[in-house]
Design a protein around this ligand. Structure first.
Ligand SMILES: [Zn+2]
Ligand SMILES: [Zn+2]
Length: 280
């Protein structure tokens, strides 16, 4: 783990935020969701235990925040057993290099996401022309060059199990990115959806700022395969999740989750797929 790790050359702090920034929500006794500016990270593991995992790694520049909230929950000098990524977009790996260096822990991501995390391939350019308002128009400033985590990042096991996260399995939910995964725990039907669907419409600046809740498709300006994204949402609906933590927006559970997912699956072409854009 001592090799050179590097962010892309366009890595930078992004001055976007929401009223939920800094807010944490306990979704289950061992599942804690915390908002960093506009994106969520998730800590899984009972408070004060030394068996816990971090899902996703926040926005650029947020490492100190993530370390201090981890120490608040798990004690001074605590460190997760692993960092597991839903995918490699900049807002989910923003602090990962500082976290790897501080904690010396392994990172796992889907095999198909590895080229974007090992300096080989850049994601397609965000589509700033897509139907959908201010955030899409801001998207050209988002970091897009691949980061290089070298051998610190490893592919998730092909049997669907999650390293250091007993009870959860990973589910391939491509569309938003090729190697996007969600995590599901059968026992309490807990879903960590990542950006497969989200509970805020990022394409409306008003709703991003207020984090007004509704189930919607993946963030538009970065999604490149809409048919795959639709199939992925169907796959998640078929798990009948009881609670869901999404990459953006507030956690959701019970009837609003069930009916919101059904509405999204039934009307994905109208609700999620933009009317115009480069990846249609
Ligand atoms: Zn994303
Ligand atoms: Zn995201």
């Amino acid at each position: 783990m001592d090799e050179e790790l590097s962010y892309g050359s366009d890595y930078k702090f992004i001055p976007a935020t929401s009223i939920s920034s800094g807010v944490g929500i306990t979704v289950a006794p061992d599942v804690y969701c915390h908002t960093i500016q506009i994106v969520n990270i998730c800590l899984i593991g009972e408070p004060d235990s030394d068996e816990f995992v971090l899902i996703d790694a926040g926005m650029p520049g947020s490492a100190d925040d993530i370390i201090s909230l981890t120490e608040e929950r798990y004690g001074p000098e605590s460190r997760p057993k692993a960092i597991i990524l839903t995918h490699g977009h900049f807002d989910h790996v923003g602090a990962i290099i500082e976290l790897i260096k501080h904690w010396q822990v392994p990172v796992y991501a889907h095999e198909l996401e590895m080229p974007f995390l090992t300096g080989k391939t850049r994601y397609p350019e965000p589509d700033s022309t897509v139907e959908g308002g201010m955030v899409a128009k801001m998207s050209p400033m988002f970091p897009n060059e691949p980061i290089n985590l070298g051998t610190s990042v490893q592919p998730l096991p092909s049997d669907g199990s999650c390293p250091e996260l007993p009870g959860f399995s990973w589910i391939h939910t491509p569309g938003h990115s090729p190697g996007h995964v969600s995590f599901f725990r059968e026992e309490d039907r807990m879903l960590i959806a990542g950006d497969a669907f989200i509970t805020v419409r990022q394409d409306s600046l008003y709703k991003v700022l207020t984090q007004q809740e509704e189930i919607n498709g993946p963030p538009r300006y970065l999604t490149t395969d809409w048919q795959a994204a639709w199939e992925s949402v169907k796959k998640l609906q078929n798990l009948y999740p009881a609670s869901a933590v999404t990459g953006h927006g507030a956690p959701i559970s019970g009837e609003p989750l069930t009916s919101g997912l059904k509405n999204l699956v039934d009307n994905f072409d109208k609700l999620a797929i933009p009317d115009y854009g480069r990846y249609i």
